[in-house]
Design a protein around this ligand. Sequence first.
Ligand code: MG
Length: 440
Amino acid sequence: MMSRRSLLRSGGIAGASTLYGASSRPPNIVLIVGDDLGYGDLSCYGHPTILTPNLDRMAREGMRFTQFCSAASLCVPSRAALMTGRLAIRSGLTGGLPPWSETGLPDSEITVAQMLKKAGYGTMCVGKWHLGHLPRYLPPNRGFDDYFGIPYSNDMSKATNPRAPWADKTPPTPLIRGVKTIEQEPDQSTLTRRYTEVATEFIRKSSRTGSPFFLYMPHTFPHWPVAASERFRGKSLAGLFGDAVEEIDWSVGEVLRVLREQKADQNTLVIFTSDNGAEGGSAGPFRDGKVTTWEGGLRVPCIARWPGNVPAGVVTPAFSSTMDLFPTFAKLAGLEMPNDRVFDGEDLTPVLLRNEAGREPLFFYYSEADVWAVRKGRWKLHVAVNNRKMPPPRGEGDPPLLFDVQQDISERRNVAQRHPEIVKELLELINRHKASITPR
Ligand code: MG
C-alpha cells in the first residue's frame, strides 16, 4: 500500500535529480516482460538446459531479485496492475479478456506511460497489450505514442487454438500497428524477431531526440502455443519452449546492444520480468504455477540494469512486485505520485540504487476478485487454494494453511495448527484489506 509517508518521500523534480548523479535528465526506461515465464526458466535463475546468456550477463551487470512477485497469476489482472501500480480489483480487470470482449482498462486509470508523458517521455509499446483490444483501449489511447503487436494472447483464434470450445466465435489473430490491424494470423515464429526490430528502431529514433524514452515490451512468448524463428528452433535442450525463451534472451541482447550503440547505456534503466508464474516451463523451487496463488503462480524473475546507478552483481531478496514499478518510475522521472487514489506498490529506488533491504513483505494474493492468500513477513496464509500442477502433500488438510515462505520456500509444511495466533492475525489482515477495497 502506498502510504502517505511514501507519497511525501517520492518528492519532486529537485529531489529526484540527485538520484542519478550528474545527469539532470531522467533516465530512459525499458521494461521487458515475458508472458508466462516462470521463476525457474532462465539460466541465471537455475534452469539447467535453457541458456540465457544475455539475461545472465544483465544480472551480473545489475541486480537480480529473488522475492519479486507479479501482481496476479494470470495475464490481464497482472498487466492491469503493472500498468497502474494498483491491484487489478481497483480497475475491475480481475479476469481474462477474450477477443469478443468489449471492454478494457478504464479511462479513469492512469497508466505508467501516461504518467511518464508528463515528464516529456517518448513512449512505445511493442508486444502483447491485453488491456482491451478495441481501438479506444489500445496503447496509443493509453499514453503510448505508438504500438506494434498482438493485442491479446496468441491462442485466442480458431487458427491457433482450434479445439477451444469458443474457437468458432473468434476473429483471426490481429497484428496491430498504432490502432490499425496490419495483418491477420501473422506467422508467430517471426514475432519475437519482428518485435525486436520495431523496439530497436524505436530506441535508435528516440536516442536522437534528446528526450527520455519509455519502451514497454511485453513479449507474446513463452505463452502457449510457443513458437520460435528458424534460427532458434530445435536449438535449446528444452524443446520449443526453451527455444522461445532463448529467442527472447537474444532479443534482450539486441536491445542492450542497440542501447550501447546509441551511447544510451549509462542513462537507461532496463528491467526484465514476467507477467505471471510458470505455465509451460519451470517455477524453480516454488509450488505450482500460473492461475494459482501458490508462490509458483506469482514469483517471477526480475533483473534490473542501469550501469553506474544500479549496483552490479547484486542478488537481492528485497520483497517487491510489478506494482512497485509505477512509483519507482515516477520517482526516477521526478514526478509526484497522483494523490487522488490508492497505490499498492512502493518506490523501489532505495533497493535499486542503494541496495537497501527494502520493506517487510505485505502482499495480497488474488484469485480473480477474491483474496485467497496474504503474506506478511515470513508468513503466508492461504484461505483458499487450487492445485493445478502439483497434488497437495498427504495430510496437508484444508485451508486456512500457513507456511513460513522464507524457510519452507516450496510451501510444503502447513504449520497453521502450531501458530494459531498468526493464523488469527493474518485472517484479520485479509478481512481488513477486503473491507478497505471498493471493487470497481
Ligand atoms: Mg501470462
